[in-house]
Design a protein around this ligand. Sequence first.
Ligand SMILES: Nc1ncnc2c1ncn2[C@@H]1O[C@H](COP(=O)(O)OP(=O)(O)O)[C@@H](O)[C@H]1O
Ligand SMILES: [Mg+2]
Length: 264
Amino acid sequence: MTEVIQIEQLVVTYRDTETRATRTVVDRLTFTVRPGEVFGFLGPNGAGKTSTMNVLLGFTHAASGSASIFGVDVRQPIARQRIGYLPEMTYYYKFLTAEELLRAYGRIFGLDDGEIRRRTDELLALVELEAARRRLIRTYSKGMQQRLGLAQALLNQPDLLILDEPTSGLDPLGRMKVREIILRQKAAGKTVFFSSHELGEVESVCDRVAILHRGELKALGPVGEIKHPADGNLEQAFLRLIGWPGAPKPASDAGPADHQPTAP
Ligand SMILES: Nc1ncnc2c1ncn2[C@@H]1O[C@H](COP(=O)(O)OP(=O)(O)O)[C@@H](O)[C@H]1O
Ligand SMILES: [Mg+2]
């Protein structure tokens, strides 16, 4: 079976504009995302999550290593044919309504007007924006804008959704709604790859997670396997994995034998 995302020994570097020094922000990263999975790409701010996604999206090029989507190298634009993408910051034309925005995107995707109307009704119901569909986007709350971004990402019926921090800045209800939408995609057989720095809150939706810290993979696997019995939640597991001195101390003979990244 073709992996949905395959990343191997990926290195991303940036050059400092002043010093000209090269800084590695993603360091020999290797993992795969399987068909139908909800995969959480976790790590604190600056860990390298967006940089990795930017390679998948073709916005950034890898210094070395490789990445492919549905078996196609990401250097080929056709690799992105079957994906929907929600950027970390959504900047939409705020003088448009939700309906108008989706119509504009539908035309970019080459959908006919009937299809656009049908998909718009369906998606605005899914993201619970029906009542606000004719309101200007600039009157939307952050959560509503984020849900509209999700509707836009879903417009082309993608097989893979790439969401960069879809729940950041949302209140608990907004986060719950986003999680619900993610789970509905999974139920429809789609694959979801999303990033978050809120480690604790993603536990319930992810089949597997990768934890990134300073560009390096610290853990990979189902949440239940990464967490040690002494870890109350994934956040505590993360603190332990990065060797933070205040992390809960596990009993030496308890818990899974291997917390290290395993082969994907
Ligand atoms: N265009 C850029 N030029 C230089 N440095 C960058 C650029 N984009 C990101 N970085 C740096 O790369 C590191 C990883 O950033 P990023 O991938 O955005 O992390 P995350 O999404 O996990 O918060 C950070 O230290 C950030 O400052
Ligand atoms: Mg980011």
